[in-house]
Design a protein around this ligand. Structure first.
Ligand SMILES: [Fe+2]
Ligand SMILES: [Fe+2]
Length: 272
């Protein structure tokens, strides 16, 4: 599971590194968070969904920025592998989970949910939403992976302990800053508060430092610009292994690849 790809650098990191990552870890499924994958860092287009899928993403999760592009409906219509937080209103396009069959014939569920603490969207209770979805998912598979898109460490920990032993893994996204607390909870669920993002290291959450800092200091409007010029570049995520028979996690390992140079063009980042 790979953290939020921010703009074209995030896409270029993914397309450049997914080959070596697949060779090293031999994953049955690659999940990537695409809520910031559009060129301006907000949302995703159908074109970018296609690019990421062709590059090697099996499932694309998202979060609060997922409806940030005008073409969000087309993006969801273009692929059932793109999911959005489960607890958004039912009128929103897309759905909050996907059942995926691996090349070796194993069915896994990938779920996306969003937290409520310090988040602007008035979404339904993520705990109760997960509880009711699990009733259904457990009839389909023991292997359930959750991308919990939330701001606070406490809400993410709360969800982890709420689901411990009932899902295979919960990874956090949204803060874009990785945490060092990956481990297996007492009842067998792999957990990490946040897996971080894939972007310029010398940026603020993937955005140009001055574009964010000037708003903090002056309180004047400032357009946040994806940092495309200044490296090094980092891809972050985790590799999780699980026991297919029980659905319990066996290991969770943080993945971090730093590149001094990154080619960002249409071949590596797609056309949008
Ligand atoms: Fe994000
Ligand atoms: Fe987010």
């Amino acid at each position: 599971m790979i953290g939020d790809l921010v703009g074209r650098p995030g896409r270029a990191l993914f397309s450049t590194l997914i080959g070596p990552l697949r060779a090293k870890y031999r994953p049955d499924c690659v999940v990537v968070n695409g809520e910031n994958a559009a060129q301006n860092g907000r949302g995703i287009t159908a074109q970018t969904v296609e690019f990421l899928r062709k590059s090697g993403a099996d499932i694309i999760t998202s979060g609060n920025h997922i409806f940030g592009q005008k073409g969000y409906t087309e993006a969801f219509l273009s692929s059932d592998r793109l999911i959005r937080p489960l607890n958004f209103p039912s009128e929103c396009p897309g759905k909050g989970y996907v059942l995926f069959t691996t090349p070796s014939g194993i069915t896994i569920a990938v779920v996306n949910a969003q937290g409520r603490v310090f988040m602007h969207e008035q979404v339904a209770c993520p705990f109760k939403s997960m509880e009711s979805l699990l009733t259904f998912l457990k009839s389909q598979t023991k292997l359930v992976f959750l991308d919990f898109h939330a701001e606070t460490t406490s809400e993410k920990q709360g969800m982890g302990f709420f689901l411990d032993g009932r899902i295979t893994a919960q990874v956090g996204t949204h803060t874009h800053v990785p945490t060092a607390d990956e481990y297996i909870l007492p009842n067998g669920t792999a957990y990490i508060t946040d897996i971080g993002c894939s972007a310029s290291m010398h940026s603020m959450l993937g955005m140009n430092i001055n574009s964010v800092l000037s708003r903090m200091i002056t309180q004047l409007p400032s357009k946040f610009i994806v940092e495309e010029a200044v490296g090094p570049w980092v891809l972050r995520g985790v590799c999780i292994t699980a026991d297919v028979a029980t659905g319990k996690a066996l290991s969770i390992e943080r993945v971090e690849i730093i590149k001094a140079e990154l080619v960002i063009n249409q071949d590596t980042a797609g056309k949008e």
